[in-house]
Each structure stands twice: as C-alpha cells, then as structure tokens.
Design a protein around this ligand. Structure first.
Ligand code: DAH
Length: 349
C-alpha cells in the first residue's frame, strides 16, 4: 500500500511539472484530487481495511493528498507569475506613440465672425456694447423715428410679447440705448452684435438671425460724412471677406437714416457673373446704412445742430457665408458636426 501511494505521488509530481498553463492545471487538479481520483478512491476504500491498518493508511493517503495539493498550489503560483511576466512583456508602453486625441469642439462660424468684427472695430476705436433681446416698442421703433402706425413697421412681422414688449427685430435698438445711456452727450463710436427676431421662415430667412450694428456720433465740426461711412464699410467688408470683393452703394430708405443706403457685395460664388445664389444679379445685399436722421438724434438727447454721424447694420449669417464660402444659410443652424468641424483651424490660416 505504501509503495502504491508513493507511486501515486511520483506520477502526480511528474504531471504537475509538465503543466504549461492554468487550464491544464485546472484539469489536472480534478484528475488528481477530484471525486473520481485515485486518492479519493483510496480514501473511500479505507473502510475495507482492518482497524489497525486503517489509521496508518489513512494518515499516509491524507499526507500524500496534502503534498499534492501543495505542489499544485506552487505550480499555480508559478503559472500566474509566468502569465504576468508575459503580459508585462507584451504590454510594454511605447511612450513615443502619440496620445489619444481628445476631441475639441470648434467655434461656430457666426461667433468667429462676431469676434473678428469686434476686434476690427476695437482697433478703430469703437466700443463693443450689448442690449436686450426682449426690447420695448419705444427703443426698437419709436426712438428710431418709427412712430406707431409708421408704414415702415410693416417691413417685417414682429414677435410681440405684450403691446409694449417684443423680441427686437433689429440691433438698431441698441443705437438708441447707447445715445440715451450717454448722459453727458459725448461722441459715440460703438458696435453691437447680437440676435434679432422676425416672423419669417423660408429657405433664405430664419425667424432668428444675427446682426451687427454700428453707430458713430461726433460734433458737427468734425464733419462725419458719407465718405467716412463709405471708407469704414469698405475697410470692414474687405478685411472680413477679402480684398477682392466689390462694394456697391444703392440709395435706399430707412426711417432712422437720411440719406440711406443698401450696400451690396459682389457674389462670392460666381464672382459677380450671376448665379442662383445672387439671383443672377452678381450682387448680394449685406448692409443697411446711412447718415443718422436728425429726429433720431433729437429723440435720444443729441442736438442735431451740434452733432451728426452715421450708422450701419448688417446680417451676421450673410457675412459668415461670404467669409467662408457657405452656399446655404441653413448649414449655420443645423449643427451638423461634419460642417462645424471644418472651422477648426480657420483662425490660424
Ligand atoms: N436695421 C436695419 C435692418 O434690420 C439695417 C440698418 C439700416 C441698420 C440702416 C442701420 C442703418 O443702423 O443705419 O434692416
């Protein structure tokens, strides 16, 4: 019996030695110590032995079992170490590899245009100011020489919240605010960019859009003239869109300026030849402008005998379209990441 147990141990040791991986070890464990193993059979057979032999053989079998268990444990440890070693070897980190790029958002083209316009006008000595989007009838119309019932109020449909309050239809309201807020009635040079709202909704109009407003008021003797307005707008448009674009001043009508102009820019898509975007005219209207109407000065506390100046207003989306060659305004609103991410690096160019 003793030699049989010894034999068993030897075979077990041999098998343990040849183990290559943890799966093999697991199988061997079942084979050597499981319910159907020889050791188990020996233990089961103890009952058949004589009472003298039973404890002796029992002790021997148990000892052999413990020894095998210990060996398996050791082998297990070794395999684990080996596996870890292999894993470390395989996983060596190449610190020269580029890291995982964190996706960065990009500035919206309209915000880029706003920032660029603000920088440009600040460099010409203008202040950047802002005004409320929920505006009073008084500032949106009344103080801009558009009294109740004025036909020019019908040039657009407005979102009235109450009889007094509406979503501003134009940033021109901020002109009036700037004049009123300047209690010392000193010269003004300001621009204001922001959202405006009109009840329009079709392929080329949105109920919400951006405008930039500019206002210059100075003493009469400084003679702020149409030439200054023209020069300012030329610098503005050419800096923003490119030297090669042409500007065209057309006489127009706005209640808050006299004389008034609409300013067109040569179409960026066809270069002025005429295409569907510019409705075959070669020009796209981008600005409204003029010499500030004496009534507007008066209503906002400036003496038209002593002060004069010019004002202009322009649509931000149109400027962004020109600047970046965007053929459809709706791209600016639909938040398609494939479109927006193209503006990632435009600033550095
Ligand atoms: N507010 C006008 C519009 O929305 C544009 C405009 C025209 C602004 C003439 C001005 C201006 O400041 O002087 O159509």
């Amino acid at each position: 019996m003793e030699s049989k147990i010894e034999e068993l141990k030897k075979i077990a040791e041999e098998k343990i030695k040849n183990i290559q991986n943890s799966q093999e070890l697991q199988d061997l464990k079942v084979q050597l110590l499981g319910k159907k193993s020889e050791i188990s059979n020996l233990l089961k057979g103890l009952g058949a032995l004589s009472p003298e032999e039973r404890p002796k053989v029992g002790a021997l079998v148990n000892k052999a079992r413990t020894e095998i268990e210990e060996k398996i444990e050791k082998a297990e440890k070794k395999i684990k170490e080996k596996m870890l070693e292999e894993k470390i070897q395989k996983e060596t980190i190449d610190i020269t590899l580029p890291g995982t790029k964190i996706q960065r958002g990009s500035k919206h083209p309209v915000n880029r245009v706003i920032e660029e316009i603000e920088d440009l006008f600040v460099s010409m000595g203008y202040d950047v100011i802002s005004g409320p989007e929920l505006e009073t009838d008084e500032y949106c119309f009344e103080r801009l020489n558009l009294p109740q019932g004025h036909p020019a109020r019908d040039m657009q449909d407005s979102f009235y919240i109450t009889n007094e309050y509406l979503l501003r239809t134009q940033t021109s309201a901020v002109q009036a605010r700037a004049m009123v807020a300047n209690t010392e009635k000193t010269p003004i040079r300001m621009i204001c960019a922001g959202k405006t709202y009109r009840r329009e909704d079709d392929a080329t109009h949105s109920h919400q859009f951006g405008q930039v407003e500019g206002l210059v008021i100075d003493k009469k003797e400084r003679n702020v003239s149409l030439a200054d307005l023209k020069g300012t707008l030329e610098i503005f448009v050419k800096k923003l869109i490119g030297k090669n674009c042409e500007l065209r001043f057309r006489p127009s009508y706005f209640p808050f300026t006299e004389p008034s102009y609409e300013v067109d820019v040569s179409c960026f898509k066809c270069g002025g030849k005429g295409c569907s975007l510019c409705k075959q005219t070669g020009w796209i209207e981008v600005l409204g402008a003029g010499i500030v109407h004496p009534n507007v000065l008066k209503m906002n506390g400036y003496d038209p005998e002593k002060f004069g100046g010019f004002a202009f207003g322009t649509g931000l989306e149109r400027l962004a379209m020109f600047k970046y060659g965007i053929p459809d305004m709706r791209y600016l609103y639909t938040n398609d990441i494939r479109f927006l991410s193209q503006f990632d690096r435009k600033d550095e160019e």
